[in-house]
Structures are given as structure tokens and as C-alpha cells.
Design a protein around this ligand. Structure first.
Ligand code: DC
Length: 223
């Protein structure tokens, strides 16, 4: 039986992971899995239920009582349903953005979502973007990439991102992503880091086309 293709794209906020992953998914006909959206969905649910984000026990208990369904859609990506309601713009709000790093540092939250990510990937050729895909979720895949860019450039990209929250200046966005990266890199469980065998790419001076071509070329060589 032919093994499924699994491509891992990790990196800090605004490094272009989701744009690139979507692009490559389309070119290679892969299922695109945005794992950050899943951590955002749990965070949204915690906030909706007015649970104190610092109360790990309550957050853990919540996981036992929610129905988080991940469904492949026609565009070859994943729709997220929380208790039968499809989440879209809610995941990009300021409160979610502010609290998602903390919620994603909880062990039970990670276990809950990593299991879903692995299950989802069983039946398809996939490309996933996140923080721990190459290190924890799929450490054995041979296709691993770590995208990076300067904080200034990442803030600029977020500012121009149509999906991102409006009303913040580039400076405020930059402060927020630096804060989030520090937290994600220094947490105890599955911190953001490059897998030893991942290909590192600084995309500060590159456009989407150039990054996609670079990655496609590497994938070809590794195949
Ligand atoms: O990629 P994003 O900005 O949507 O991710 C939101 C947060 O979720 C990020 O700050 C850290 C967390 N995250 C994670 O811990 N592990 C992943 N695989 C994906 C995201």
C-alpha cells in the first residue's frame, strides 16, 4: 500500500505558513489542515463559556463536554464545528488572539487536538501548518519545513491579511506576535522549534510564489 504524503510546515505567527500551505495543497492536490485554527476554536469556546483562561482544570473539563467536529470541505481544507455551529470569523477576534497561546500550552488541550490531527490525516495526502507538526505530531515524515521572517515583516503581512482582525496598528500587531512567539517558544510542552531535520527558510525577502517554488522543489528532491 502506498504511504500517504504528510507535509509539515511550522514557524512563528505571520511567517506565511497558511498562505504557503494552502497554495501547495492546491498545486499538489492535498488536504490542507490549519492546526492553529483548532487551538483557536478551543480558546473561543473557553471564552464563550466564560471560563477563567488560567483555570487549567476547568479548561480540561470543558474538553470532556464539547463536540468539536472537523470536516473536510469542497475546497480541500477543514471546517471546524463547535457543538454543531461552524466557526469562521470568531476564530480571528482579539480575545482569541490574546489568549490562544496560553490555552494551547495546556497538555490536555494539546493531546486532544494532536489526536484529532493524526486521525484526520489517516485517509488523505495532507499538508499541515502549526508549531509542533514536524517535532511532535508527525516526527517521522520526511517533508518538514520551518518558515521564518523578521518580526517587522510578519507584522506587515498580518496587517494586510484580509482575515486578520482590523483596528490595530502595525506596531501593535508586532508587539502581539512577539509576545505570542515568546510564549509559544518557551512553553514546557511541544514548544515552537525547528525539527532537527526540517528545512529552514527565512522568507523575509521572498514572495509567495518564490517560497512555494522553493518548497515544491525540495519536495520533488525528497520524493
Ligand atoms: O497559527 P495560528 O496563529 O493560528 O496559531 C494560534 C496559536 O495556536 C499559536 O499562538 C500557538 C498555537 N498553536 C500551537 O500551539 N500548535 C499548533 N500546531 C498550532 C498553533
Amino acid at each position: 500500500m502506498k504511504d500517504h504524503i504528510i507535509i509539515a510546515i511550522d514557524g512563528p505567527a505571520g511567517s506565511g505558513k497558511s498562505t504557503i500551505a494552502r497554495n501547495i495543497a492546491q498545486i499538489m492536490n492535498l488536504l490542507y489542515i490549519d492546526t492553529g485554527a483548532m487551538y483557536r476554536a478551543i480558546t473561543y469556546c473557553v471564552l464563550l463559556q466564560k471560563i477563567d483562561v488560567h483555570n487549567k482544570k476547568k479548561v480540561n473539563d470543558l474538553l470532556l463536554n464539547i463536540q468539536l467536529i472537523l470536516k473536510k470541505n469542497e475546497q480541500n481544507s477543514i471546517d471546524i464545528y463547535l457543538n454543531n455551529h461552524r466557526l469562521t470569523g470568531e476564530l480571528r477576534g482579539h480575545e482569541v488572539e490574546k489568549n490562544v497561546s496560553l490555552i494551547s500550552s495546556y497538555k490536555k488541550v494539546r493531546e486532544y487536538l494532536v489526536q484529532k490531527q493524526r486521525t484526520l490525516s489517516q485517509d488523505y495526502d495532507v499538508i499541515l501548518d502549526g508549531r509542533d507538526i514536524g517535532t511532535v505530531v508527525f516526527p517521522n515524515t520526511k517533508y518538514k519545513f520551518y518558515l521564518d521572517a523578521s518580526a517587522e515583516e510578519r507584522a506587515r503581512r498580518r496587517f494586510h491579511d484580509k482575515k486578520a482582525e482590523k483596528g490595530l496598528s502595525i506596531g501593535e500587531i508586532k508587539d502581539e506576535i512577539i509576545r505570542r512567539d515568546e510564549f509559544d517558544k518557551n512553553r514546557e510542552i511541544s514548544p515552537l522549534k525547528k525539527a532537527e531535520d526540517a528545512v529552514y527558510l527565512d522568507t523575509t525577502q521572498m514572495n509567495i510564489e518564490e517560497v512555494s517554488q522553493f518548497i515544491l522543489e525540495k519536495i520533488r528532491k525528497l520524493s
